[in-house]
Design a protein around this ligand. Sequence first.
Ligand code: HPA
Length: 284
Amino acid sequence: MSFLLGREIAPAEQPAFLAALGRAVRERTNLRPDVGLVLGSGLGGLADALDLEVAIPFGELPGWPPATAPGHAGQLLFGRLAGVSVVVQQGRFHLYEGHSAGFVAQPVLLMARLGAGVVVLTNAAGGVNPQFGAGTLMAIADHINLAGRSPLTGPNAPELGPRFPDMTGVWDAELRSRLHAAADAEGVALADGVYASLPGPSYETPAEVRMLARLGADAVGMSTALEAVAARWAGLRVCGVSLVTNPGAGLSGAELSHAEVLEIAATSGPALSRVLARFLGDLD
Ligand code: HPA
């Protein structure tokens, strides 16, 4: 178990952590990623398409514990995907595992430090929009952070990002239109919507899902917003796709289960992988 578990990490502390992480990575690879990808629950299959240079288990990086959530492999992969140098976080850290917001965001900050200019965040999500049934792919147009936390709490690190970062364009419009172009080229339907981040780990109540709909959310999950905020703060361009694995609680009458989430992610994950590979291949 990591000594970091649960301890808040202020932005001002990140540079020292990132320096140590950067050194550990550079002992294993000189690959300079252009793009970072974060793979959500059950979406690790994208890694199969990777021309892999090196895989570093989280547990071999300073301060990082092995990923614990089922469906999360827990390694950082370096290689080329569709001809683009990438770093792939296969599995991620969540608040519900007891990690702090600053720690949850550390991988995307590491990606920036290693040279990435773009990060692609993926997740499995519940559908809040009644049109979004299981298997819907949704490009994230914006988010609502209801996790009740921020990775930017505490003394700032101005060398990484500003104290009060603008979030108007956190989800990069140009990258999102490129995601749509890639989906069209692959013949894959891709919706657009707003992702609400809750802390989990319980799924929402039906009343909470109705509330989220009124707030303007189209999908709900337990990740992503904190990473997006930190990535934008650090100057990364951010885009992402949610894979809706189930209608939100109360919308279908069925009970929610992680097994169902993983099953749908496994079924629909390959279409998302194709879209992302095309997206990368078409990046300038
Ligand atoms: N709610 C929150 N997170 C999720 C869901 C859901 O319905 N499905 C997959 N991840």
